[in-house]
Design a protein around this ligand. Structure first.
Ligand SMILES: *Cc1c(COP(=O)(O)O)cnc(C)c1O
Length: 434
């Protein structure tokens, strides 16, 4: 499989090259040259396959000759080391819990897969040391740090805004040590992001060190997110009903992976792109005008994105056909007030404690069920993070105290190791002098 840039001004590259580059040289996103299709035979066998087998079949056509089957299987076994339970809440609504990984958010899957692919790429070329440079507003940094922890030949440098990530998130970024360094920036997430962007175009710097990014536009992160849609299909509580999946969306990478699986042939009838008040896409689907604004801060802050970078890939999957896109995807936006109400309703009616992102996904299903006959549909919303990651909001809204999951109890006791950082000059100095 080859990948071309969606700016159409760079040469095509193989899977591992696209993983190493992240963005194409013309700043476009990589996209596979053709969409594979799943055979009817494979689809009929899904219910008897293991998660590892499913993941292998889903992604194998995207890899080409870059990894042997054995290497790919090893990477998948290493990536999917935790469960993806589908929890039925009502007769027509279930939650797909994606937070059982090491950093309690769905980003673990993509980050772990990408880390292992890069490690292979590096090994094959007996490459020099790679440095992953990433800015985070919270969840990405933790997943990347954990995914790359102790991966040979790769150093990770994470920039995060001081005082603007949650306590759990900060611990996940700053306590690992070894090949992971956290830089605490006195500024906003945008300041962190700007410094990272500057570093990538700083020739003086890139001549001396091998820099790579690990953000969600990387194809290894994007494509690995297909895995759990196959798992959701396998474990859907009512196989006789039509499957509808609601994806709480920010940068739209997660949804894009689901749509990819669907267009390859996985029988998912419809997708719902559920957003918080950052409503660029719901507005677009209504008016056909794409008009990003300043992003608005919300309680589901991992989705505070107004110009989602992966949306262009979704358009491409549908050959830029607006009406085809609308046939398969609905999109709704929900305020923080509605999100809190949904958290309370879920807890009261089903004893389920969702996180604010999952609650937005739940609301998307409810909205869709106003348009179709609910009894014929199996709705699944993606529960993208563990509620403890957003403890102040969840505890405040539900008036309860969350238990700390045993797997992060130790984490919370570890000392924070971070280096304060003022500006780009200091970042450059740090990177060159390590
Ligand atoms: C990143 C994130 C999202 C948004 O995912 P996208 O792929 O960017 O749309 C939703 N929920 C949580 C908890 C996240 O960390």
């Amino acid at each position: 499989m080859n990948y071309s840039s969606l700016n159409y001004n760079s040469s095509t590259v193989s899977f591992l090259e696209a993983v190493k580059k992240g963005l194409a040289p013309d700043r476009g996103l990589y996209f596979p040259e053709k969409l594979p299709t799943l055979s009817a035979e494979f689809i009929s066998q899904i219910s008897s396959m293991s998660n590892h087998e499913l993941a292998f079949h889903a992604i194998h056509p995207f890899i080409g000759e870059d990894l042997t089957e054995k290497e790919l299987k090893t990477i998948i076994e290493d990536t999917l080391r935790f469960e993806f339970p589908v929890v039925p809440l009502t007769n027509s609504i279930a939650s797909l819990e994606l937070f059982h990984g090491p950093t309690l958010a769905f980003k673990d899957v993509g980050a772990r897969f990408m880390a292992r692919c890069l490690a292979y790429a590096n090994q094959k070329e007996k490459g020099e040391k790679l440095t992953i440079l990433v800015a985070t507003s919270g969840d990405t940094g933790g997943a990347v740090a954990d995914g790359f922890y102790e991966v040979e030949g790769i150093d990770v440098v994470i920039l995060y805004p001081k005082g603007k990530v949650s306590e759990v998130q900060e611990k996940q970024l700053t306590t690992l040590g070894k090949n992971i360094t956290a830089l605490e920036v006195a500024g906003s997430f945008d300041n962190c992001q700007d410094m990272v962007k500057t570093a990538f175009i700083d020739v003086e710097l890139t001549q001396h060190i091998n820099l790579t990014s690990a953000n969600s536009i990387n194809i290894a992160r994007w494509l690995a997110q297909m895995f759990y849609y196959f798992i959701a299909y396998k474990n859907r509580p009512h196989p006789e009903k039509e499957l509808v999946i609601s994806v709480p969306s920010g940068n739209f990478g997660n949804l894009c992976a689901g749509i990819m699986a669907q267009q390859m042939g996985l029988p998912i009838k419809h997708f719902i792109a559920s957003t918080n008040s950052n409503a660029t896409i719901p507005n677009y689907l209504e008016t056909e005008n794409y008009e990003p604004q300043q992003s608005i801060p919300t309680i589901s802050n991992a989705m505070d994105v107004s110009d989602p970078s992966n949306f262009i890939r979704i358009q491409k999957i549908f050959n830029n056909d607006f009406y085809k896109l609308k046939k398969f995807v609905s999109s709704y936006s929900f305020s923080d007030t509605k999100t809190k109400k949904a958290l309370r309703e879920l807890y009261k009616n089903t004893h389920y404690i969702a996180d604010p992102h999952g609650a937005v996904g739940y609301l998307g299903l409810q909205e869709y069920f106003k348009e179709v006959d609910e009894t014929n549909h199996q709705g699944i919303f993606l529960e993208t993070a563990h509620p403890i990651k957003f403890a102040p909001t969840v505890e405040g809204t539900l008036k309860l105290k969350l238990d700390i999951p045993s797997r992060i109890e130790d984490l919370m006791k570890k000392p924070k190791l971070s280096i304060p950082l003022k500006d780009y000059k200091a970042l450059k100095k740090f990177l060159l002098e390590r």
